[in-house]
Design a protein. Structure first.
Lengths: 157, 157, 157, 157
């Protein structure tokens, strides 16, 4: 079975997030990884487009029970019908989780991935989390480029 | 995007179910369809093995949050962590649903596929459902061979 | 903690189902049991109305993420937002499961309750399930009145 | 139907979190609100104990499909069996959400409540979220005592 990497990010993202997502998708596909994403617009569409441009496989794990609003670059679509509970499914499905950009939905995916604690979680841009004393909560690997994001997963070390 | 067909069936299945599942998997892969299944043993393992033998893509939508007990022939694995709620996800994910053999879990998948009513549901062997007057509840397409199962989906008409 | 009984049944039900559901709700409340139901119309509304008429507690486990279409007799509402996956939650939540009437959604609840196999499942009216040789699949306790339904749960033996 | 308030917080919490949770539970019960919580130890157990001490109703929405590890102060138990997907169900079930203390699971509940955006979200202690420019992400109402937490919900204004 191929390596799987979940890529999370907001529907409404910045241009930089979108560009980063496209490049992360392309790099993952070049290394033969299957990309798991939320299947809609924004970061989800960009990572799918990037992976597809390199001939990769992209799975869209949708919140809706049907294919409405799914982006056009998915190889496989899983219309879960479980709403935002699909965020945890995405968090569970990667050998690593890469988070690009920030939103409440994206934060829930990051938190659920850290909660299960089974795989590396890498963050490129987006929000920061501080504990009650104002210190960064440890665990997430912060990077500043798509190349570093892949490296930080440790999957190709 | 490729056609997707969900194939459901019990972990503890008969030899005939297993043989049917393997052949359904093989035929689906030959026609280029992605197979969606529950990812564990029995009918799930047989349809995966059949599809893989013909070079097909098989997605295992697991109840567990990890890959334990997943069968070895999956191309993509989605460890949902939502328990039996994953049965509805499988029912939602096909352009058609093929049910092979009978068990309570399998019946829940058949019922959920009929409940959403969006795609053809085909049954090969397994249980029968009668209404309160003893008449077969209409809707499910009953067939008696793997070839008929694919034909009854109407996807290649 | 009080005894909890899940009562399942279709939105579009017969007059007899509705009358049975109302009486089951009333009897459960009289015995101090909390009623768990799907929270919408038909059997779900009737069992809630019956329980409330006797001062009982009724929990509606909704498929939607909000309270739209919830019936007016719920004491507590759980808007799961997980769609039909809520059927399994209802099946999990009772010390017994009583099924009244038949529909595909209802059948999925019955099947999921039998699948987990932890509690008695009682059926009043509705559909019948036969195995591949045409024999009734064992396990469900069939009854013909609301009083018998409560008795068959074994919870007040 | 009574007002419902979801209270989220970690299993492994500080003494202060536990004391706050107990007091929040007591105050909610005194005002007649139903408390929705995750049903296990730590903040979840403390809020349940507090509410029960004042005669309140407490619903435990469990990740497991059974009642193992549930705390002893629940009035109603919903063993969802959907794992961490139950976090979103808790976030959906309150007319307000009060978050006490910090953990990754707790953060996912806060994020999912902010994601759906339907009700006030109040935070007492715990983690802070900054955007990519280091500014607090707006929306969560931060308070410093149980009394202020109830006031900040706006439900009794």
């Amino acid at each position: 079975m191929a390596i799987q990497v979940s890529v999370c990010g907001p529907r409404d993202c910045t241009d930089e997030d979108e560009s980063n997502a496209r490049e992360v998708g392309r790099l993952l596909a070049e290394r033969g990884a299957v990309v798991i994403c939320g299947g809609y617009a924004g970061v989800m569409a960009a990572v799918a487009a990037g992976a597809r441009s390199a001939g990769g496989t992209v799975v869209g794990v949708l919140s809706r029970p049907d294919r409405e609003q799914a982006n056009p670059d998915l190889s496989v679509v899983i219309p879960t019908g479980v709403g935002e509970a699909r965020n945890g499914i995405i968090a569970n499905s990667g050998d690593a989780v890469i988070v690009i950009g920030g939103s409440w939905g994206t934060l829930s995916e990051l938190a659920l991935a850290m909660r299960h604690g089974r795989v590396p979680v890498v963050q490129l841009g987006g929000w920061r989390i501080l504990d009650h004393e104002g210190r960064p909560v440890p665990g997430v690997r912060h990077v500043s480029s798509p190349e570093e994001a892949l490296e930080a997963t440790g999957l190709w070390a």
